[in-house]
Design a protein around this ligand. Sequence first.
Ligand code: SF4
Length: 507
Amino acid sequence: MPGDLLSREEGTIVKDWGGRLPIALVYPNSYYLGMSNLGIHAIYKLLNSRKNVVCERVFWEKENREKYSPPLALESKRPLPDFTVIAFSISYELDYFAIVPILRAAGIPAYARDRDERYPLIIAGGPCIMANPAPISPFFDALCLGEAEPMVPHLLTAISQGMTARRDDLLKALTALPGVYVPTHHSGETVARQRAENLDDFPVTSAILTPETELGEMYLIEVARGCKWSCRFCLVSTAFKPMRYRSLDNLLMLAGEGLRYRKRLGLMGADVSDYPHLEKLLIRLEEMGAQFSISSLRVNRVSDRVLEALVRGGAETITLAPEAGSERLRQSIKKGVCEDDVLRSMERVAALGVPQVKLYFMIGLPQETDEDIDEIIRLTLKCKAIIEKKKSRTRITLNIAPFVPKAGTFFQKKPMAPLDVLKQRLAILEKRLSAKGISLKAESPDWSQVQAVLSRADAKAADVLASVDRVSLSAWRQAVVKSRFDADFYAHKEWCQNQRLPWGFIS
Ligand code: SF4
């Protein structure tokens, strides 16, 4: 209920529409998930910081999905066609399934070719789009290949000037902007991905505080963008190159702001452990009376003082991501972590009595064998033995994700493992580890296969997405057959060196 949600929010921006460019910021999933996504907060704040813009949020809730009811903007309760621009922010490939239903429920044709200036301009951005926009490109007038901060000013100027013109003229104007990909007007030229040079120029924090979301008790602050490591499967390290940090002064200023709303700060980034002033930052935050959590940590990279500060700061869970059980496989994925690092980290975490350690592993990595699964079990049990020896209260849980080849990564041409192999290896892990009292959470191999298809697919996948009538595996598979789409090629085939890449035009 929009009214209920708004009444529990702090920081909502409600603007008068008069004379302003109205933009609907669409998160194609629920409010609960969307409001834990720092990207949504950042874009909401960035767009509303412009005097001539009014930006309102739109979510796609279970009720909308089940009844195909048109989503309304949270702030004004207006339907999507009332807006001049509809901007999708998409983080995960599986959210592609919501694009067509949202547009159709709003009475807007799903394909860009069927729309003209009578309809809102429909654009999108997000990490998976920066990597490979092809599978959803037929639905959008323009796609933003890069970070929003440097792109938004140019986009807004072009849109403000061109909204009254013919749609074709506006789209032609958009093709001239750095990082903007206009599928209907693209003639194969390179599009350069855009990035913010200096994070301090763009504060990225919680814009709206609400208890109705997973990280609702925290004020989120972006510490770093990108990752200096180059794990060969990882999208973050390639899409957000180069690694950038905020200055210590900037972070302390943002923390001071955040502490007005929440006692607990969430320090966000793919690689916060390598932040050069981490120790100083945490000490200063403690002095300011803050509690804090870090979104991801390479425990082997942080000092005992940092770990102790984190535990004092209320960290309940520490995540370790060996990704593979054997040294050989970890080296082949360039994880940069050896077994000793994992065991030493476990000793430190157990000694501090951190309530939970999550171990992240992938299965189906290139070159993986059955022995590598045995190695995951062996390493996990070694970790458990350390906890038992220290008589620590620490509890281990395993998170298992199938390897999915991602566009733009070193492994982009590698195949995803066959489903039966993944399921068999998962069953072995579940059986042998649950017998030792270790709980395991795994991503579905079937849905990971869909994700793999959408990660590497070209524009033909759009027809499949457009003919999925409800989000289920059977509906997807029926649509694949109906559209004569070769899903196997995109998920499970090793691509040769000269394979033409659907995202090959992005530099
Ligand atoms: S350390 Fe994590 S974020 Fe960095 S490249 Fe490796 S998997 Fe990606």
